[in-house]
Design a protein around this ligand. Structure first.
Ligand SMILES: Nc1ncnc2c1ncn2[C@@H]1O[C@H](COP(=O)(O)OP(=O)(O)OP(=O)(O)O)[C@@H](O)[C@H]1O
Ligand SMILES: [Mg+2]
Length: 334
């Protein structure tokens, strides 16, 4: 469906030539959700902008359904673009237009007749479940609702490809969920192909069939989502996964799920590097496993948090907790 071959994009800057995309190749199948993750500056936006030809690639080829979209006439390019919808982090809605007028816009510029436009707008409003907001203005909508309107606008002309550049990055978890559900529905009902640019690993994990990891303009790793998580090869991928695990575990640790005690330990910075926990394990008849910890928080507030599970007889566990407290570790039993 989409095939990118040896794509290179260079920018001329005052300091010389900067290569933002450095020989990238990949294929995306019809009906697939393909994720591209990477740190800021990796080249993700430049890559999607090349795919819809907002940027002129320096070298390489991009094929859609086997047909190159590189050397097209103006007219052919316009029609190729109509086959690609795009959504952005900040929605890019027309603030002076109502929801219905925003959705109608791409239909108007492709000179559909009025009746047809009205019918399609109604259909899309139902599809995104926002019929009651038809005459509202974007400023009256939540972030998730705005993005759903932007999606309706992007798919109004029935494109076969939807490109999302950080489409959920500005949303809270609940709104992210509603947008992801809508994207899944689009793939299911219209067999659309989606390229999802994101730096949010939790988003990629939930929705993508395959993920490519970008660094310095290159794809350094690409795999099916499950495989990428099971067997990450690059350190960038591992750190994306690790950050995700920390967040998830912080939120979901539930003491009922574990035997023994689940403790949240806070270390003040002056004793962080002392091996209090390992001493504690040696001193008492307990086992400790670390459930989560957050080093980032450590750097910011010079307090380290660690959530641990201790297993053992109750009297040993009580003594261990006392020992930790005596050593200036604050212990909260969860
Ligand atoms: N028009 C331009 N001229 C010069 N350099 C550019 C231009 N556009 C992008 N770049 C550079 O190309 C690199 C990749 O930028 P890009 O916007 O694709 O990154 P990104 O992965 O989308 O990052 P982010 O996650 O911050 O959005 C950056 O170093 C950027 O400074
Ligand atoms: Mg970007």
């Amino acid at each position: 469906m989409i095939e990118v071959r040896n794509l290179v994009k260079e920018f001329k800057t005052e300091e010389g030539t900067f290569r933002a995309i450095d020989d990238i190749s990949f294929k995306v199948k019809r009906g697939e959700i393909f994720g591209v993750i990477g740190l800021s500056g990796a080249g993700k936006s430049t890559l999607v902008r090349c795919i819809n030809r907002l940027e002129e690639p320096t070298r390489g080829d991009i094929l859609v359904d086997g047909k190159s979209i590189i050397n097209l006439s103006e007219k052919e390019l316009r029609s190729a673009r109509k086959d690609m919808g795009m959504i952005f982090q900040h929605f890019n809605l027309f603030m002076q237009k109502t929801v219905a007028e925003n959705i109608a816009y791409p239909l108007e510029i492709s000179s559909k007749d009025k009746g047809e436009i009205e019918k399609r707008v109604e259909e899309l409003l139902n599809f995104i479940d926002l019929r009651e907001k038809k005459n509202s203005y974007p400023s009256e909508l939540s972030g998730g609702q705005k993005q759903r309107v932007a999606i309706a606008r992007a798919i109004a002309t029935n494109p076969s490809i939807l490109l999302s550049d950080e489409g959920t990055s500005a949303l809270d978890p609940a709104n992210t969920e509603s947008v992801l559900n809508l994207l899944k529905k689009i793939v299911k009902e219209f067999n659309m192909t989606i390229v999802m640019i994101t730096h949010q690993m939790e988003v990629a994990k939930e929705i993508c069939d395959r993920i490519a990891v970008m660094q310095n303009g290159k794809i350094i790793e690409e795999n099916e989502t499950k495989e990428l998580f099971r067997n990450p090869k690059s350190s960038v991928t591992r750190s994306f996964i690790k950050n995700l695990e920390d967040e998830v575990e912080e939120g979901y640790v539930n003491s009922d799920d574990y035997k023994g005690d689940v403790l949240r330990l806070s270390y003040a910075d002056d004793n962080y590097d002392k091996p209090i926990l390992s001493k504690c394990v040696k001193k008492f008849d307990i086992d400790v496993s670390i459930l989560s910890g957050n080093i980032n928080k450590l750097n910011i507030s010079s307090v380290g948090y660690l959530t641990v599970q201790i297993l053992g007889k109750e009297e040993e566990r009580v003594k261990a907790i006392e020992y930790l407290r005596e050593n200036n570790v604050s212990v909260e039993v969860l």
